[in-house]
Design a protein around this ligand. Structure first.
Ligand code: ZN
Length: 134
C-alpha cells in the first residue's frame, strides 16, 4: 500500500456553525464548503491547511455515528484520513494482514472520494480512514 499524505483530520463537533468560530475566525482557515452525506448521517465542513484539511463533522441524527462518538467521548479529534494511491489494493493488503476493517469495500464519502474505515481495535484505538481521490 502506498500512503501519499494525511488527507484530513476529522473532528467531531456539536455544531459546525459554532466550530467555525475557532477554525475560521480564530485560526484564519478558509471555509471551503459543507456537504451532507445522508448515508452516514453527517454534515462535513472542510478547511484546507496546506495539502491537508481539517474536516468538521456534525451529526444530522441522534443515532448517527458522530452523535454516538460525541455521546461517548465528547467533542474533539475523531479520525485521521490517509490518502492512498489505490484503496482497493490497500484494503486487500490489510485483509491479508488480518487487520479488522469497518468497511471491507470502499464506499463514497464527501467530495466523491472512495473511503473506508479501519477498526480502532486494530489500530491502537485510533479511527483510521483511507481515501482515494479520483
Ligand atoms: Zn474523514
Amino acid at each position: 500500500m502506498k500512503i501519499l499524505k494525511i488527507n484530513h483530520l476529522g473532528i467531531a463537533v456539536q455544531s459546525i456553525e459554532q466550530g467555525r468560530k475557532f477554525w475560521s475566525d480564530v485560526l484564519g482557515l478558509e471555509f471551503a464548503g459543507a456537504e451532507t452525506v445522508e448515508e452516514q448521517k453527517v454534515t462535513t465542513a472542510f478547511f484546507p491547511v496546506g495539502e491537508s484539511e481539517v474536516e468538521l463533522l456534525e451529526s444530522t441524527a441522534a443515532d448517527g455515528p458522530v452523535a454516538k462518538f460525541i455521546e461517548k467521548k465528547g467533542e474533539g479529534f475523531q479520525h485521521v484520513a490517509f490518502q492512498v494511491e489505490n484503496i482497493a489494493e490497500a484494503l486487500e493488503e490489510l485483509k491479508e494482514k488480518g487487520i479488522k476493517l469497518i468497511d471491507e469495500t470502499p464506499r463514497i464519502g464527501a467530495g466523491g472520494a472512495k473511503i473506508a474505515f479501519l477498526h480502532p481495535k486494530a489500530t491502537g484505538g485510533i479511527l483510521v480512514e483511507l481515501c482515494e481521490r479520483g
